[in-house]
Write a protein that binds this ligand. Structure first.
Ligand code: PMP
Length: 391
């Protein structure tokens, strides 16, 4: 048998020299090894609505198995435009302002690729979802990180520092609300401050709103779509994975004004071309009923409240959780270990996996805070709480 092993040793000058296995994979593996309750990685441990599965089966049986149109199945784009108009009062044209993507991750990467040139700066608010910085680096851009500030009221964006970070090279500002990992939400005054900052510049906004339907206590989600001045220069990204409990399907979308969408699609058509067809048809049909997403805040608020009530009886200090399915806690009364070590200890010794918030910073920063995901069955949350009470 021939082998070419000795003939050539591949050596790639890495484009992402600092990226390794993500903390989510590492903690999930550690959780499995130690039989721990996995409140680390952010995904539900319960299934989606069976009606959604039936809709996919029907689409497949009806022969909807070939390439979808490049920007997405028309009925799905129409359903998305209708939903945004209904919820946020902004009319996007389904033909040239909505594009279906392979989850939010691809939408974010594509949006960055289509507008960030080598040397351009992108302002990122930290802590930040882990795909942002590598996506900017791959485009040849330079991330400029501004850190959120933590007070008794929770995490907040220091807009004066965002304004101070702007230079003539700033091309894009990325925001995320409801926010992973902190569970904080941007308010109308936050969007107003952002609008004040970018007015009169060419800076674009990339708004990651994958947790748009997880805002609690009767508050409304302040989508950038609601804010005409910002929407005029924004890519707004969301994900059906979060909304319909199907993170493994990787179907999301981006809404953006026609000029931005045209550039977005140039990259989209040569990186992915089109998202899988049967899931798109199924989601389009399923979206005809608004109840599943309208009922989502109540559904997750019950889980959040159960989890928070249980945590009150532990030595962890609760941080506010106004949105997302994440709850951050301060463990400094319990231990002075760095976050990663504390998360490992908690997984191995207590049997509950969490994610260190330091993993969401370019330069790991130890604040003594870890993130739990409460998108879990009630019994999973109760088992975790019983274990955490022993700490
Ligand atoms: N943005 C944020 C803030 C997220 O938390 C996630 C998923 N964890 C994503 C984007 C990616 O979403 P998707 O799975 O649809 O790619």
């Amino acid at each position: 048998m021939q082998t070419n092993k000795l003939a050539f040793t591949p050596a790639i000058d890495s484009k992402l020299p600092h990226s390794g296995t993500t903390i989510f994979s590492l903690m999930s593996a550690l959780a499995a090894e130690n039989n721990a309750v996995n409140l680390g990685q952010g995904f539900p441990d319960f299934d989606c609505d069976p009606a959604l599965i039936d809709a996919v089966t029907a689409a497949m049986k009806n022969g909807l198995n070939q390439y979808a149109l490049m920007p997405g199945v028309p009925s799905l784009r129409a359903a998305i435009a209708h939903k945004i108009a209904h919820l946020y009062g902004n009319k996007y044209d389904a033909n040239n302002e909505i594009t279906v993507t392979a989850g939010a991750t691809q939408a974010l990467l594509t949006a960055i690729q289509c507008c960030v040139h080598a040397g351009d700066e992108v302002i990122v608010i930290e802590p930040a979802f882990d795909s942002y910085l590598p996506a900017i680096t791959l485009a040849g851009g330079k991330p400029v990180c501004v850190q959120m500030e933590l007070s008794e009221a929770g995490y907040a964006v220091p807009w004066d520092k965002v304004a101070a970070a702007i230079t003539p090279r700033t091309r894009l500002i990325m925001i995320n609300s409801p926010h992973n990992p902190t569970g904080s939400v941007l308010l109308q005054q936050d969007l107003q401050k952002l609008a004040d900052i970018v007015r009169g510049t060419n800076i674009l906004v990339l708004s990651d709103e994958v947790y748009e339907h997880m805002v609690y206590d009767g508050k409304q989600h302040e989508s950038v779509c609601r804010h005409p001045e910002l929407a005029a220069r924004a890519f707004v990204v969301s994900s059906f994975g979060k909304t319909y409990h199907v993170t493994g399907w990787k179907v999301g979308y981006v809404a953006a004004p026609a000029a931005l969408t045209a550039e977005f699609r140039k990259v989209h058509q040569f990186s992915l071309f089109a998202v899988n067809a049967p899931m798109q048809h199924a989601i389009a049909n399923y979206m005809a009923d608004a109840r599943p997403y309208l009922e989502l805040p109540g559904f997750y608020q019950r889980k959040r409240d159960l989890f928070r009530d249980g945590l009150q009886a532990t030595r962890f200090k609760l941080l506010p959780a106004d949105g997302t399915y994440f709850q951050c806690v301060d463990y400094r009364q319990i231990s002075d270990l760095p976050e990663i070590e504390f998360a490992q200890w908690l997984t191995k010794e207590i049997g509950v996996a969490a994610i260190p918030v330091s993993a969401f910073y370019e330069q790991a920063k130890n604040s003594g805070i870890i993130r739990f995901c409460f998108a879990k069955k009630e019994e999973t949350l109760k088992t975790a709480l019983a274990r955490l009470a022993k700490v």
